[in-house]
Design a protein around this ligand. Sequence first.
Ligand code: SF4
Ligand code: FE
Length: 484
Amino acid sequence: MALKTGDQYLESLEALDLEAHVLGEKTEQLAEHGLIAPSRKAVAFTYDAAHDSQGRELLRSYSRLCNDEVNRFTHLHESSEDLVTKVKMQRYCGAMTGCCFQRCVGLDAANAVYSTTFECDKKHGARFHNRFSDYWKWIQQEDLVVDGAMTDPKGDRGRRPKDQVDPDLFLRVKERRSGGVVINGAKLHQTGMLNSHEILIMPTMGMRPGEEPWAVCCAVPTNATGVRYIYGRQTSDTRKLEQHKLDVGNPIFGGQEVMTVFEDVFVPEERIFLDGQVDFTGMLVERFASYHRQSYGGCKVGVGDVLIGATALIARMNGVEKASHIREKIVEMVHLNETLYSCGLACSSQGWPTLAGNYQVDLLLANVCKLNVTRFPYEIARLATDIAGGLLGTMPAAADLNDPETGPYIKKYLAANPQYQVVDRMKVLRLIENLIAGAGAVGYLIESMHGAGPPAAQRIMIERQAELEYKMRQVINLLSITEQ
Ligand code: SF4
Ligand code: FE
């Protein structure tokens, strides 16, 4: 199977006939919808990039699983080098689209499920790993998008799944039928869900004995009966529905998050990859989270490149690019962005082979990476706001620029560096606005905080991996301390 192009991907998605509730309306024509089309274009970019001269080196990989060349967004990492290339690919895609391109969650889920099922089978004598390998071979051959679905609503955070008022607040096996199971529940914040062919469902946290119905990992197609989609809002999202693209900020691409409800969805046996093995749920969650924390050391850096580029350009357009405090601030932005990249590369280069043979990132460094991601993009955004100036928050609309009565005044009074037209200055300011306070800020800021788990989750992992006993022992030896 040849690697799909963006157009072939979009056609394959059309064939699924998905529908969703968007801004209160049942919507069937998703491809043309003004909120959805930009997000589909961003995913389509990950297909086209495998064919363009700049991207193909990063986007293509040879898979031992299907013995063929595959899009790296479906690849099972076979070395540390593969992990490093993944991060470089994500930076490239982020820099080219200026948004979340949505395809990494399935990749991260697949790598976690692949290794966890192998170890689970070894202990429990199940056959999940072969099942999953067959499934993923098909994904690679068909070059599909898979939504990795982990985040349950979780209800009252102080209660375990079985103690919730409503047991569906954690997705669960509700019933067993011949040849499969029936699942109920929901997955929130699903990135790119309506741009995906398949959903790979995972438990949201480590389960305990007695919580077997919630220890389920399985896959269903996005058009499975009983799956319902409610589109997530983004800041200033309705600007995408307006006539003038200038006010959108990012005129081509955008992200997507969807609340997804599973109501009596049947999952056939060949798509079940964990079914009650509570002792492997923690491993699955930890491995998935670590891959996704690594991912942010690539994609957020690429989007950071766009924000830094836009900020440097607006400084030039404003005529302040040579001011020493502006140059210092831009250097600071670069320093922060490259620190994130360093973390993404570091946890990848220290990758290690799992028992199944695919490579896992260094857990400590991946968590350090993500904890920095919860902070540095906010500081980069603050510096961008500082440099861009107050016009960022007060600029007239594109419609006023085009109005024969008001347009001349806007052109006269928003003129700055004569090298640039006013309309281009406005475009750059809108792009910055998009990333720091508009639709793009969902991906660049809010997701940087909460995606792949909030900062508290990274701190727990960092503490667990910190080897404090070992570090204290070193000091005890160094100082010849005797413990009583
Ligand atoms: Fe990929 Fe980043 Fe979007 Fe997650 S937030 S899907 S890692 S681009
Ligand atoms: Fe994410």
